[in-house]
Each structure stands twice: as C-alpha cells, then as structure tokens.
Design a protein around this ligand. Structure first.
Ligand SMILES: C[S@@+](CC[C@H](N)C(=O)[O-])C[C@H]1O[C@@H](n2cnc3c(N)ncnc32)[C@H](O)[C@@H]1O
Length: 295
C-alpha cells in the first residue's frame, strides 16, 4: 500500500489535535459512518465503523499498487498550509520541458490537471490510457511533484509528467509548446483561500481561464469541481463568462444529468480525487461543472 497519511494536508485530515466536545465527536462519527455507508454500501457494518478516509483513498487507488519506497528513501511528505502563489519566487514562469524526453508520443491528445496534489488521480488515468492520451499535472508544492515523479518512474509510465509550477503563471507557456492537441483541463477542489482578501490567491483567475479557453482544441473540455460552494460558484462565474466560446455539457448532451442549478450529478472521470474522497466521507457535496469549447 502506498504512503497515504503523509500525503494528506493537515487541514484535510479527519482527526483534529484539539479534541472537540464529546457530544460533537459522537455526532461527527455518526455523520462519517452514515456517509461511508451511503458511498460504500458494499462494506460490512464493522468495516464501515472502523473506516477512516485515508484508508478509503488507499482503497480507491489500490490498483496503482504504489510502494512506500519514496517515504523510506526521501522521508515523509508533510503538507502544512496553503502556499501563497503570489510570492515573488512563484511568479516566475517555469522552463518548458523537452516534451520528446517526457512523453513517448507527443502527438497524443493532452489532459492537464491544475493543482494535481499527490498526483494519484492523474496516475490512475494515465495507467488506464497508455497509448491514447498524455497527462500533465501542474502543482505548486515541490515535494508533491517530486514524489509524483518518483511514482511515474516506479510505474514506468511514459504518458504522464508532473511539473512544479504556479499554474496561474505557467499554464500558457507550457501548453502552447506541447505539440499535440489540448483536449481536457481539470481544476479539482482547488485551495479555497476563504478570506475575501485572499481570493486573489485562488488559482482560477481571468488570465488563466482565457489561456485555457484559447489553448483547448474545438470540442476540448474543462472539468471543474469543489466541495466549497463559494469556490465552485467563483469558478463557475469565470467559465460562464466565456459563453461565446464555451457551452456547458448538458446543453450539448441533454442526457447528462444535472440538478436545477446546473451542477453535474455524477463524477464523469471514473475516479475520485483525494480531496473528493475526504469531502464525501465527511458528508459534503461536490459541485461539478463541465464545459466544452465550441467549434
Ligand atoms: C486542495 S488540493 C486538491 C488536490 C487535488 N486536485 C484533489 O482534488 O485531491 C489543491 C492543490 O492545488 C495546489 N495549488 C494551489 N495553487 C496552485 C497554483 N497556483 N498552481 C498549481 N497548483 C496549485 C495545492 O498545492 C494543492 O496541492
């Protein structure tokens, strides 16, 4: 089993260091157990009672069969707080990789995941789609990138690459130099930066949105999601503002189920991200949108 607990940012962990009052602990436990029951009906009752969300992550990504070697060789990856992407050292665009050196076939369609976190989500997709699609993860925490690249080598995948980058600053250069078509961009559960004065630190900003829309091929798609409604609404507003170039997926394919506010009812990717697993375990709802670039 891979090194799971060390990958989970402290603010996401299901336990707290300061114990809440007993009554609340019991309530939270009941909620988590109910949520686990809803999402994992196949689990037996004792399994559900015992389960913790890091274990759910391990189960979801069990197929990857990632080892603990990175933690043994390099040490644990501890993530403590949000990175401030406006720090001057992070405002410099990164060097573009030699695409021929990182991918087997640079003519394949590309999916970019912005804020790829541990990278397991993208690794899972890459493993299933070798030979048909390339994957690029952009992540602002260098340790996560280092470990994700370690796993890329461990799995001997030649259709996936992770870059330490501030996506807001580097997306355009990276994507515009890729030889093949950009077909999908995902931004999944981005850091919320709750305080209003910190909203400018959020990854989805107008220039990034414009670069994504420009970079996609006609028919290319954008998938966004968050468990924080305010963040989801913020992202939705940015992409809805591009309605001359983008259509929401249910306008193109009315059979895709959405609620009356236009949020997708299901995850279209076939795998959940780690943040998504933790959030659903806590009983949260995930707000999702998928856009398609018009021809
Ligand atoms: C809450 S985590 C979600 C990770 C993953 N997408 C998931 O759903 O599990 C957000 C990730 O975005 C990264 N991030 C935040 N701002 C970024 C930026 N400007 N460019 C690239 N990555 C960023 C963070 O370091 C963090 O790993």
């Amino acid at each position: 089993m891979g090194c799971i607990s060390c990958a989970i940012p402290r603010f996401l962990r299901p336990t707290t260091t300061v114990s809440p009052p007993l009554k609340f602990q019991f309530f939270a436990f009941r909620c988590r157990t109910a949520a686990a029951a809803a999402v994992y009906p196949a689990l037996s009752l004792p399994e559900r009672d015992e389960i913790r969300s890091p274990e759910l992550v391990a189960r979801e990504y069990a197929d990857l069969n990632l080892s603990d070697k990175f933690c043994q060789e390099v040490g644990h990856v501890r993530i403590r707080q949000h990175v401030n992407p406006l720090r001057s050292s992070l405002m410099v665009p990164v060097e573009v990789p030699d695409w021929d050196a990182v991918y087997n076939d640079t003519t394949l369609p590309l999916m970019v995941d912005i804020g790829s976190g541990s990278g397991r989500f993208l690794l899972w997709l890459a493993k299933r789609n070798t030979g048909s699609r390339n994957y690029l993860g952009l992540e602002i925490r260098p340790k996560l990138v280092k470990r994700a690249e370690y796993w890329v080598n461990e799995l001997a995948l030649k259709n996936i690459h992770f870059v330490f980058a501030n996506a807001t600053v580097s997306f355009k250069q990276l994507v515009s130099t890729y030889p093949g078509p950009l077909v999908l961009v995902s931004i999944l559960c981005p850091d919320p930066h709750f305080k209003k004065k910190h909203h400018k630190r959020r990854v989805v900003q107008k220039p990034l949105v414009e670069s994504i829309v420009d970079g996609l091929v006609p028919g290319g798609q954008i998938f966004i999601q968050s468990d924080v409604l305010d963040v989801a609404l913020d992202m939705r507003d940015y992409f809805d503002a591009e309605s001359n170039k983008l259509a929401h997926i249910d306008c193109i394919n009315p059979t895709i189920p959405c609620d009356d506010k236009g949020w997708l009812l299901n995850n279209p990717m076939g795998i959940r991200t780690e943040r998504e697993i933790h959030a659903e375990f806590e009983g949260a709802r995930i707000y999702r949108r998928m856009y398609q670039k018009q021809c």
